[in-house]
Design a protein around this ligand. Sequence first.
Ligand SMILES: [Zn+2]
Ligand SMILES: [Zn+2]
Ligand SMILES: [Zn+2]
Ligand SMILES: [Zn+2]
Length: 347
Amino acid sequence: MAILRSYFLFVLSSVCFTVSGRVWTTTSGNKSEGELFEVVGNRIGLKIRGREYHFSLDRFSPADREYVKQWSRVPRCAACSGTLGTRTTKAGKASYHTACFRCMVCRKNFGPGNRFRKDGWGGMVHVEHFSQTGLCGTCSRIFPKRDAIKEQFFADGRMTCGPCLRDGIFKLNLLKEVEKRIWPTLMQVGFVKPKGKVTLQLVDRATLLREAAKINASGNLRGLTLTKYRVVKGGKNPGTTFEHRIFVLYGLPYVECVSVLAHEHIHVWLNERFIESTPPVVEGFCNLASSLVLQKEKSKLASILLENMDKSSSPIYGAGYRMMKQKLAQVGWPALLNELKKKSSPP
Ligand SMILES: [Zn+2]
Ligand SMILES: [Zn+2]
Ligand SMILES: [Zn+2]
Ligand SMILES: [Zn+2]
């Protein structure tokens, strides 16, 4: 509970923090302390209270933007982002402190001809030592197994890194809090809350796959929606009633739950309107909602999840998403929602 609360506080109010680091001022005058650790296009990474956040550079004061410009000019280590001195190693386009350019398992420096794997968080490991590491199912962070705690290895075979575990949602009441937070964003673009009852359930992978098989869904699923409806014709209360069940894998970090719940709630929206289309259109559309809510999140993880959707090789979730994203850019939300409503075919 405490973890989630602190998250909320930050997102809602951008309060001032008292940790070491530079003070950053937004264009609206909010101040916070954090350490700059990366610049990715128009986004900057700030470490605040040990957490990595991503912000759009536009939201900061001209002085801060100038600071970022100067910061980027200095050659930096691709692992720790510290300024490079004399003892450096070049590997491809990146340069490292020689001391930083090493394997997280054997702790030896990479030598000429060594093959290594690198994650998006500065972690590196010899290819031959990769089996001694875990790979986070959410953020793809590589971590040495010897440093991990047993809670990072879930009973259903999934594994997670320390920071994702720290934000993991294991209790239904927390998942419900997350669900409340996605609605203002979804409603802003024209979605409305469901008529029918929605039951949320945290489940393990086997349960999710078993439920998914009922609707012939498969793959690397994180969530699932099952809808039952009843049509009453004639009598006192004619009409259609709905009952929805949304399953979410337990232990996903808060930010990923935001993404999964937005996606599944769009399935609910589609189901209540009996909108049917091809899998790339349906899943791509649901992923648009994920993308929408993720853009409101400030953690670096949100950027990584967005990037994963942009790069996904899945013809349904990846290509479908990119196709729908293009469509959205052309026509906007109201027209896109109307277009889908036209595909409605009630029983
Ligand atoms: Zn370094
Ligand atoms: Zn090694
Ligand atoms: Zn992770
Ligand atoms: Zn889906």
